[in-house]
Design a protein around this ligand. Structure first.
Ligand code: IMO
Ligand code: MG
Length: 423
């Protein structure tokens, strides 16, 4: 069975942990979009691993990880990640890691442009500064450099020359930024090409053949539905399709070969970076939940904004992704609250709507309509069976199932691998 895991909020839903668990039963795990803007945390015993580009399944020996063509790869960051894992005893071999030759490469000018554009904007997006947006922009404007190009010095040279001719003009005249040196970048990237060549292949063919041979593939989404370039809270989004549709264009695996979609949500909501957030907490609760949930970005360390669970958003995500099962993560973070709220609608201009608004102003000004439930006020982390959860915790979950019209299959009640309830 081929399963896709997507985030149904603004990223950081706990996809890393879920992938770590589900990938034990999959032969291959594949990333399909995003880049090292992602930060997927996996805790094994007392060791914590944070993955940015490598699929979180790399910890399981004998499993294959794929970086699909829809991912943007910063070769420097990837090599550091591979090396860092090697130092911790996890060896990333070409048998275990396959990188799409067609995936686009994050160049130094992408990272710098990301920062320069943010500094000029009045309405900042709060990007991770990893050059993700500019790299995808070059892909779409057809001047991008792909992984396979890095392994062919003639192609790399000609594409880099073309890019720098245009970019040096723009950087100098628009941003007052000094020239990029062709020689330095060429040398650096040709070297990356040599180091990464052994991992690069036609991953679309690899994946489709594997599926035809009855191997199972797990697709690992990065970011979340509301950071999706089309369906997210644009322009406060990332530059790729994080919804399940991105799996097909980002790996070359057709929709007919995806059997099930599981969405990951937090038991509450968080967002890192700027943009509208209707159910955001007032200061007191913000501090409490941020501290309990350790809500600091895994990539940039920024404090995450926290708020109540928003069923209007997640219902929309369930529809967009064709979600069959839900994984509710970090339920234990709510253990100490005596009252818990769920947003069930948005009030705007005197009207209550249960649909996620298209209009940006409507979203910014929407007042959430809440339903209040009693908390359970007992620790849940030690619990392994659904029926042993406190009654009010089960009521909370079952109410979410009703509102979202989807079954909850996984409930995470701690950071460790075994701290999960499977229903
Ligand atoms: P994972 O995979 C949470 C946010 C950034 C910013 C916006 C655009 O760990 O869930 P970008 O650098 O992508 O151009 O930034 O998207 N963002 C994330 N927020 N989790 C992520 O990934 C994110 N990746 C990007 O904070 O608001
Ligand atoms: Mg993250």
């Amino acid at each position: 069975m081929n399963v896709a895991v997507v985030g149904a909020q603004w990223g950081d839903e706990g996809k890393g942990k879920l992938i770590d668990i589900l990938s034990q039963d999959a032969d291959i795990t594949a990333r399909y979009q995003g880049g090292n803007n992602a930060g997927h945390t996996v805790v094994v015993g007392n060791k914590e691993y944070i993955f940015h580009l490598l699929p979180s399944a790399i910890l399981h020996k004998g499993k294959v990880c794929v970086i699909g063509n829809g991912v943007v790869v910063d070769p420097k960051a990837l090599l550091e990640e591979i090396q860092g894992l090697g130092q911790r005893g996890v060896h990333v071999t070409p048998q275990r890691l396959k990188i799409a030759g067609l995936s686009h490469v994050v160049m130094p000018y992408h990272r710098i442009l990301d920062g320069l554009r943010e500094s000029k904007r009045k309405n900042k997006i709060g990007t991770t500064g990893r050059g993700i947006g500019p790299c995808y922009a070059d892909k779409v404007t057809r001047c991008g450099i792909r992984m396979i190009d890095m392994t062919n010095p003639r192609i790399l040279k000609s594409k880099l020359e073309d890019n720098l001719r245009e970019k040096n003009d723009i950087f100098k005249n628009v941003f007052g930024y000094s020239d990029f040196s062709f020689g330095d970048i060429f040398k650096e990237y040709a070297e990356y090409g040599k180091k990464l060549e052994k991992y690069i292949c036609d991953t679309a063919t690899y994946l489709n053949r594997a599926i035809d041979q009855k191997k199972s593939v797990l697709f690992e989404g990065a970011q979340g539905t509301f950071l999706d370039i089309d369906f997210g809270t644009y322009p406060f989004v990332t530059s790729s399709n994080s919804v399940v549709g991105g799996v097909c264009s980002g790996t070359g695996v057709p929709p007919t070969k995806i059997d099930q979609v599981i969405a990951c949500v937090k038991a509450y909501t968080t967002r890192v970076g700027e943009g509208p957030f209707p159910t955001e907490f007032s200061t007191a609760l913000m501090e409490e939940i941020r501290t309990k949930g350790n809500e600091f970005g895994a990539t940039t360390g920024r404090p995450r904004r926290c708020g109540w669970f928003d069923s209007v958003m997640v219902r929309y995500a369930v529809m967009l992704n064709g979600v069959a099962k839900l994984a509710i993560m970090k339920l234990d973070v709510l253990d100490g609250l005596d009252k818990i709220k769920i947003c069930t609608g948005y009030k705007y201009k005197g009207k209550i709507s249960k649909d996620f608004p298209m209009d940006f102003e409507a979203l910014c000004k929407a007042k959430p309509v809440y339903e209040q439930l009693n908390g359970w006020m007992t620790p849940t982390t030690g619990i392994r069976r659904y029926n042993n959860l406190p009654l009010n915790a089960r009521r909370y979950i079952e109410r979410l199932e009703e509102l979202l019209e989807v079954d909850v299959k996984y409930i995470s009640i701690g950071t460790k691998r075994d701290e999960i309830i499977v229903r």
